[in-house]
Design a protein around this ligand. Structure first.
Ligand code: IFM
Length: 634
């Protein structure tokens, strides 16, 4: 954990009877990705007692060097040699052991590539040799100390329910390990657990993984957002290719930000024919989602340098994209967004998807807000940025106008329901169980162009609930009415779905539902019972990192009811019945806080070296917590 380029292991083998033992260890260069061979070249070698392989990737020609050092202790090996072949380099140690003998093998493997260093082989060799000299115990102690710091910053203690505790920590653990801590890189939708989705960033990272990082390890959240800044050119290329201005972020974004997602992903399992899905060209909500996350980060940290170094540019490019994507309806005096695909991927080519409309409006508003703040605080940087992007005050006026006149589907005054997209309520009103019975093959894709859900109200995930999870302007009765409407119509074909249900059920005062969906969201990978790994002929397995990240906001924003309102941290607790309490840390504008929530009170303790006081509110009570102070509110 304290050096992600180093892998270390120690294996002990104890003989219970006389035996001959051969230990084979080394590096296997046979790596495949879903698109075939991962490496174009491989060169195996021995160097100063280490074994190594130099590799070059097929697509980008990245040079990678992996070197392994090995130390054997305990019983003396009777033979030791190195062999190569079949893209591997292996060492073999032969032992003749008698009962009670112990053979111990320590390995230190180092990996470097030329994205990071000019001489990967030299760097890896030096690092593996140094690690071997340090020894396993020393390295393990360093690793463990680092983990202690990470857990101190990130843990959630669930008091009184061991199963919930395990589910929560399992999820936090995966959100931690799949977040790159050493570089500005994406959080893969399956992390490093599977090659599905190619390690690429989706909207998952901003909406599901980042909330935890923003309030626990904001430096990592900043890295992830700066990755979006680094990849702006790719997003602008995508917008231009599709005939728009500004930045249209990829549905699947890799190193360059260009769209990685293919036109053809699913197969019609009945005919074997390829199906065109439009995730890569109609799912425009990814761009405003990124602005949403960057604004939440700024709100939580006050990190103005981030706005100037990258946040403003992202927000301006996204606003420019949205303006070029919107249509003005003269008769209705409003801007609309048509031909969309919302998070509910079963309904492609829809107009005015509620989630997308609200997020687009939010992003436009924030672009204007950032512009106005910069014109006060950083006028020179603002005019340089606008000049570089080819924008001027007329464009800013356009953003303002679009934000003011963007069509926002409102709750119906009678039913309080928000229609997910134009015409949704006129679709066939059936439940997922009914629709499931219409499948001819269990692996059929439910969505576009002709799947069983397309002409029905059955959803993959509920966009209106997802909207409530982000934009907190809707009263509990509206959330409740929509929850009760959309939940029975949702199939949860996405691992992202249960978390929004848990959060909104909690806010809508439906505690049993909230807990049921908390358990579902947090156990998707641990119990391996709920998610299919095949959809429309494609393998989709691996750790669902977004579902893991989301468990943080289900617990902290749902059950503890944590919300940020300006400079006030508000809690509206709704603890599950079987929980006695919760403990978790938060960081807000560089102030470190420990929160303890019990049934009758919340105690917030501020770290002694905090830079200032923080305002906490629970119900009608509001108190300030200064550095080193502890405050309890009933
Ligand atoms: O981004 C998600 C999408 O919303 C649903 N299918 C899987 C993607 C990656 O997790």
């Amino acid at each position: 954990m304290d050096d992600v380029r180093l892998l270390v292991s120690r294996t002990r083998l104890t003989a219970h009877a006389p035996c001959a033992l051969t230990i084979v260890t080394g590096i296997d260069g046979n790596v495949w990705s879903l698109s075939g061979e991962h490496f174009a070249t491989r060169e195996a070698y021995e160097q100063d007692g280490l074994v190594g392989i130099d590799l070059t990737t097929v697509e980008l020609g990245t040079r990678i060097s992996v070197l392994e050092g090995c130390r054997v202790s305990g019983a003396e090996p009777r033979s030791a040699h190195v062999r190569t072949g079949g893209n591997r380099i292996l060492r073999e140690f032969g032992f003749s052991l008698v009962a009670g003998d112990e053979a111990v093998v320590e390995k230190a493997v180092s990996i470097h590539h030329d994205n990071d260093v000019a001489q990967p082989r030299e760097e890896s060799a030096a690092a593996a040799a140094a690690a071997l000299a340090d020894g396993y115990d020393h390295l393990f102690a360093r690793h463990a100390r680092r983990w202690e710091d990470v857990w101190a910053a990130s843990d959630i203690e669930v008091i009184g329910d061991l199963e919930s505790q395990v589910l929560t920590r399992f999820s936090l653990f995966h959100n931690i390990i799949h977040t790159p801590s050493h570089a500005r890189l994406p959080i893969g939708a399956r992390g490093l657990s599977s090659q599905v989705y190619q390690g690429a960033a989706f909207w998952d990272q901003e909406i599901f993984n980042l909330p935890m990082l923003t309030y626990t390890r904001p430096d990592l959240a900043r890295n992830v957002l700066m990755y979006r800044h680094d990849t702006l050119p790719g997003a602008c290329r995508k917008a231009a290719r599709l005939g728009y201005r500004g930045a249209y972020y990829a549905w699947a974004s890799g190193k360059t930000g260009d769209e990685l997602f293919p036109d053809i992903f699913f197969t019609d399992v009945l005919t074997g024919r390829a199906m065109r899905n439009h995730f890569n060209c109609w799912q425009i909500h990814v761009s405003p989602d990124i602005v949403y996350a960057l604004w939440r980060y700024y709100e939580a940290t006050g990190d103005w340098s981030f706005i100037v170094e990258g946040g403003a540019e992202i927000a301006f490019e996204v606003a420019d994209f949205l303006v070029s994507r919107a249509h003005f309806k003269k008769d209705k005096n409003r801007f609309e967004l048509i031909r969309l695909l919302g998070p509910d991927e079963y309904h492609e080519n829809v107009d005015n998807n509620a989630y997308t409309m609200y997020l687009a409006q939010y992003a436009l508003e924030k672009a204007v807000e950032i512009h106005d703040a910069m014109s006060e605080r950083a006028p020179a940087e603002l005019s340089a940025l606008l000049g570089r992007l080819g924008l001027d005050e007329d464009d800013v006026a356009d953003w303002r106008e679009h934000a003011d006149l963007m069509y926002l589907p409102k709750p119906d005054p009678g039913t309080k329901l928000i229609e997910q997209f134009d015409g949704y309520f006129s679709l066939e009103d059936v439940t997922p169980d009914v629709v499931r019975q219409r499948l001819i093959d269990p692996d059929e894709y439910w969505g576009w162009p002709n799947g069983v859900a397309v002409r029905t109200q059955v959803l993959k995930q509920a966009d209106v609930l997802q909207l409530f999870a982000l934009i907190d302007i809707f009263p509990p009765e509206v959330m409740r009415a929509n929850y009760l409407y959309y939940e029975p119509r949702t199939e949860h074909g996405s691992s992202l779905s249960p978390s929004a249900h848990a959060l909104i059920a909690s806010k809508a005062e439906l505690p049993e539902e909230a807990f049921r969906y908390f358990e579902e969201a947090s156990s998707i990978d641990l119990y391996n019972q709920s998610k299919k790994v095949m959809s429309g002929g494609s393998f989709l397995g691996g750790i669902h990192t977004a579902a893991c990240g989301a468990v943080w906001f289900v617990v902290v924003q749902g059950f503890a009811g944590f919300e940020v309102h300006g400079d006030v941290l508000r809690f509206r607790p709704a603890l599950p019945e079987r929980w006695e309490g919760l403990r978790f840390p938060l960081v807000f504008k560089s102030n470190h806080l420990a929160v303890e929530l019990r049934r009758d009170a919340i105690t917030v303790t501020a770290a002694p070296d905090n830079p200032g006081a923080v305002t906490i509110s629970v119900g009608d009570n509001e108190r300030q917590v200064g550095p080193g102070e502890s405050v309890s509110l009933g």
